[in-house]
Design a protein around this ligand. Structure first.
Ligand SMILES: *Cc1c(COP(=O)(O)O)cnc(C)c1O
Length: 428
């Protein structure tokens, strides 16, 4: 496969932006390759500047549940843009999107639109702290909640010890307010709440972890978070930036039957435009400015074009449950095929799936937490990734990322992907 134009563009980009990119994973650092520069995308396929055609399983990292450039979304954006891009003043589309989200997710009694998932989680953490008057938060190893200071903290040496910044530039003083526990570890959560429950402002969790590959939560784990937060006056923040309207039209909280105090959204809710949102309990959301003393704002928040893209996407999804059926069925077929290909090649593989989120780990498994994910053979993943790319299959360039299947993926796409995997895995 020829990548000469991408190589030229990447060389230039590297002199202009850190690593040549505006978000680190795009630089393909883990797999040691030049990232294809994308010229256009339609449905389940993306096309690079060298004219290569790929079946896309990244889907802009989650938003493209309907596939790329879905006609109804593009039409809504184009029509709305005719009337101006942003007013910095209220517009009706904000309420339209808010109403639709609140109908589909009953725990949301009031909502605030922002511009990214990072903003949503950062603001939800502030809301939890402001509402409870407490500073400490709990998160889980392997979960990602965006790049705000309080959430770029990893575990210290013991369960109740001070966290450590996982990025330079995050003050160590701030790290002491973030506790990082093991995903799916019910006993760890109970112990922590028993010890310092009255200091905890909130717990933030991915209800299906999608930033360490895909690791579903157990029902017991989420129920425990719900029970312990309620008992100790802390808030449960369910981060549905990835899972929201991806694992089902009622999100992961609908699948698991839990009622969070606050929920964060991003990705699909913007249909490919920069949108995030946070919302939940009325008494908490009424503390957000201008109603209350928890400040949060945004110049471009709720702009009409972004709202139109989100609304068109959400209307299409809520009006046609078939999108979920089709995407999930394709994912199941795909993962079965990949697993069979690995078995045939004599390679260890575990597959995890929730709805149209999936992942293959190069380890015998099972994979239920970050420590399990780390047992994966990263060198094997790297070779598999590069082989698949060469076959026209665009996967996330890291073992620690999910694959996203859209409702636009066809049986042909899936068959082609499995055939490529058979060929690539056999050669490793
Ligand atoms: C992507 C993601 C975020 C961050 O969203 P951005 O829009 O990239 O800032 C937060 N939480 C989860 C679970 C995510 O998957």
């Amino acid at each position: 496969m020829n990548h000469s134009v991408s190589e030229k563009l990447f060389a230039e980009a590297k002199s202009l932006m850190p690593g040549g990119v505006n978000s680190p994973v795009r630089a393909f650092g883990n797999v040691g390759a030049t990232p294809p520069f994308i010229a256009r995308a339609k449905g389940s396929h993306i096309y690079d500047v060298d004219g290569n055609d790929y079946v896309d399983y990244v889907g802009s990292w989650g938003p493209m549940m309907l596939g790329h450039a879905h006609d109804s979304v593009i039409k809504a954006v184009a029509e709305t843009a005719q009337n101006g891009l942003s007013f910095g003043a209220p517009c009706g589309l904000e309420s339209e999107l808010a109403k639709l989200v609140m109908q589909l997710v009953p725990s949301i009694q009031m909502i605030r639109m922002v511009n990214s998932g990072t903003e949503a989680t950062m603001s939800a953490i502030r809301a939890a702290r402001g509402f409870t008057g407490r500073d400490k938060i709990i998160k889980f190893e392997g979960c990602y909640h965006g790049h705000s200071d309080s959430l770029l903290i990893k575990a210290g040496s013991g369960m109740l010890t001070t966290g450590k910044p996982s990025s330079k530039g995050v003050p160590a003083d701030l790290a002491k307010y973030t506790l990082t526990l093991q995903y799916n570890d019910v006993a760890g959560v109970r112990e922590t709440f028993n010890a310092i429950g009255d200091e905890i402002a909130g717990v933030i969790v991915e209800p299906v972890a999608g930033n360490m590959g895909v690791v579903p939560a157990t029902q017991e784990f989420l129920q425990t978070l719900s029970g312990e937060t309620r008992k100790h006056g802390a808030l449960l923040i369910v981060d549905e930036v990835m899972t929201g309207f991806r694992v089902g039209i009622h999100c992961a909280q609908g699948l698991y039957g839990i009622t969070p105090d606050l929920t964060t959204f991003g990705k699909i809710i913007g249909g490919g435009m920069p949108v995030g949102a946070y919302g939940g309990r009325l008494d908490v959301m009424q503390q957000i400015a201008p109603l209350g003393g928890i400040y949060q704002a945004g110049t471009l928040s709720g702009n009409p074009v972004a709202m139109a893209a989100g609304l068109a996407t959400m209307r299409e999804l809520s009006g046609n449950p078939e999108h979920y059926v089709r995407a999930e069925r394709s994912t199941t077929t795909l993962l079965k095929g990949l697993k069979a290909a690995a078995d045939e090649a004599g390679l260890p593989m575990t597959t995890n799936q929730v709805g149209s989120m999936g992942c293959v780990f190069f380890t015998p498994g099972p994979v239920t937490c970050f420590a399990d994910v780390q047992k994966s053979d990263l060198e094997l993943f790297r070779k598999y990734f590069l082989g698949m790319l060469d076959e026209g299959i665009y996967l996330a360039p890291s073992q620690f990322e999910a694959i996203f299947v859209s409702s636009a993926h066809t049986d042909d796409d899936i068959e082609k992907t499995i055939a490529a995997a058979c060929k690539v895995l056999k050669s490793l």
